[in-house]
Design a protein around this ligand. Structure first.
Ligand SMILES: [Zn+2]
Length: 300
């Protein structure tokens, strides 16, 4: 096993958009499990923009209990910005610079981002996140496309970032070292993937769920989803996570020779009416509590 200083590694940073912690606990994720144990963590943001703004400054969702282990070394955090308050907390990679991307670019890494939720549509000048990357690939629907049943409640594959692992890996491997960020929309509403396809039943449920999102209808009204409905949504997100896990296996195998440091987390979770609301953007525990995995690929 090569002993490479974590500060000199290639990096893969993945956000599984909207993935709930309890869904991750119940999912079969053998490839993510290769990285290390699943941590219950708390996100600093309740929706995509603030969560990623923090993430790109090194502030990952923080484990509720215990430290992280990287290559046998116990750390309290993986990255720590020089802009943060001084601390005695143990950090794997302290960094200067305004963002992780600027830091790794300065170190000579090839910095590549890819995404699928509309905050990452790099063609929209209102989106600030993709502009933080010298190279960004966007696979989702146009951020300003009209909202319709057809473009929201739909089967998805090409729109999913992890459907493009061969292209993304090849770009990374052109460089000696890389920093790769992937925002993965498979676990974001409508939760459809090749392993969780659209059906008459879940399509009708998604139509009602979008109505709750659009109107912010309270779960205490007659619009409440049934327990069976909620279970179907949890199952769809679980299947979407398991599909993402299988695609990450493909990505990991393509870049394994570089032994990257890998961090996978959700940017925020999702509420299915437990506290009276649906979706995210508000601080309910199902929104703030997220899964986190990290490890040095092929070194446990
Ligand atoms: Zn998000």
């Amino acid at each position: 096993m090569p002993q490479i200083d974590p500060t000199e590694r290639s990096i893969i940073l993945v956000t599984l958009d909207s993935c709930r912690y309890d869904v991750a606990v119940n999912a079969h994720t053998p490839n993510l499990d290769r990285l290390g144990p699943l941590h219950r963590a708390e996100s600093p943001g309740t929706y995509t923009l603030p969560a990623h703004a923090a993430l790109f400054n090194g502030f990952l969702p923080r484990p509720v209990l215990g430290a992280l282990t990287l290559g046998g070394r116990s750390v309290d955090s993986i990255w720590r910005s020089a802009a943060a308050r001084p601390t005695k907390r143990r950090t794997a990679v302290p960094f200067d610079g305004p963002t992780l991307m600027a830091h790794y670019r300065e170190k000579g890494h090839r910095v590549i981002g890819a995404g699928g939720v509309t905050f990452f549509d790099s063609s929209d000048p209102a989106n600030q996140l993709p502009g933080l990357f010298p190279e960004f690939l966007y696979f989702g629907r146009p951020s300003r496309s009209p909202i319709s049943k057809e473009n929201r409640i739909t089967d998805r594959e090409e729109q999913l970032t992890l459907a493009h692992t061969e292209k993304i890996a090849n770009q990374c491997l052109e460089a000696e070292r890389f920093f790769l960020f992937l925002n993965c929309p498979s676990t974001h509403i409508p939760y459809t993937t090749p392993w969780s396809p659209l059906t008459d039943r879940n399509g009708e449920l998604l139509r009602r769920l979008y109505q709750r999102h659009d109107t912010k209808v309270s779960a205490s009204s007659t619009a409440t989803l049934t327990g069976e409905d909620t279970q179907m949504l949890l199952t769809m997100q679980k299947q979407a996570l398991e599909w993402a896990d299988s695609r990450l296996s493909d990505l990991f195998s393509r870049v394994a020779a570089r032994h990257p440091l890998v961090v996978v987390c959700a940017d925020h979770g999702e509420e299915f009416g437990e506290g009276g609301r649906f979706g995210h953007g508000h601080p309910h525990p199902t929104v703030s509590t997220v899964p986190l995995w990290c490890g040095l690929l092929d070194e446990g």
